[in-house]
Design a protein around this ligand. Structure first.
Ligand code: AKG
Length: 280
């Protein structure tokens, strides 16, 4: 898709990203790509890849399943990353001249899944620092907030807080290595926060800063909720591995130097602007 997001996004959408830390961009991705991702989700549920979170095996009421870092092996995800236009969308909203790709995260909640996505900030999970780092979460299926579309604490990206990563399944995993402040219990005091949630249609994108606190309810609906979240690094991102950060790319996997911009074209490819001069 060759959308020029610089002219397509409204001033209100750009302001929402800057001030709220999240913006809803309807109809951002073509339906043929979404269908490919839906098929991939079916395959992954049957035969999960290496980086999986799954509370499904013993679960009777639904299943919260996530798998990530598929872009190097799955052509559908590769196409999504390099051809859907989401890199340009991320760069434009971050106010960045470039967007490097970090990783993809496919998130599935079967109908009846009780497990919420815990309230969290993304930055603590990731081996990066910088203000221009974001996710483009694309709905592959429609979902209301009650069906597990995302909610955000408006303006929380400006709190100046850096919260510990939270396990999605509640079990102690790599996130436990992090020492630091935990995200407040937003649900225990919802009225104290400015919470915004978005009902989404297939192809809608929610673009949010890595510093914005967000979460999602379980899926009280009758159909599967599938989303593909891609993670983007802007001009001021620096490589910053730390205990408790995402083990899918470690120092051993990259030439990136701690404290410096991650100019590793193999692990963190520059997708925007496209090297062949096309608008991706
Ligand atoms: O889809 C979800 O339930 C969670 C998504 C999320 O937390 C993210 O993309 O950062």
């Amino acid at each position: 898709m060759s959308t020029n997001w610089g002219t397509t996004l409204t001033a209100g959408q750009c302001r929402a990203y800057a001030e709220d830390g999240v913006v809803h961009v309807p109809n951002a991705v073509d339906s043929d790509l979404l269908a490919e991702i839906d098929r991939l989700a079916d395959r992954q549920l049957q035969e999960p890849g290496p980086w999986v979170t799954d509370d499904g095996a013993e679960q009777t009421d639904g299943r919260l399943f996530t798998t990530r870092y598929l872009w190097r092996s799955e052509p559908a995800v590769r196409r999504f990353v390099f051809e859907s236009g989401v890199a340009g969308l991320a760069a434009t909203l971050m106010g960045s001249t470039s967007a490097r790709f970090y990783f993809d995260h496919l998130l599935v909640k079967e109908p009846g899944t009780e497990s919420p996505t815990p309230w969290h900030q993304d930055i603590g999970y990731w081996p990066f620092l910088g203000s221009k780092i974001c996710s483009v979460w694309v709905a592959c299926t429609g979902a209301s907030v009650a069906e597990s579309s995302l909610e955000f604490v408006r303006g929380s990206h400006l709190w100046g807080c850096y919260f510990a990563p939270e396990s999605f399944t509640g079990e102690s995993e790599w996130t436990a290595d992090f020492e630091g402040e935990h995200c407040p219990d937003i649900d225990a005091a919802r009225r104290d926060y400015d919470i915004v949630g978005f009902d989404v249609e297939p192809g809608d994108a929610l673009v949010f800063s890595a510093w914005t606190v967000h979460g999602a309810a379980g899926n009280a609906g009758t159909h599967r909720r599938t989303a593909l979240s891609t993670r983007w690094l802007g001009d001021d991102a620096t490589w910053s591995p730390h205990p408790g950060s995402d083990p899918s790319v470690t120092q051993a996997d990259t030439t990136a130097v701690p404290g410096e911009y991650p100019a590793d074209d193999d692990r963190f490819p520059l997708v925007w602007p496209a090297s062949d001069g096309r608008t991706p």
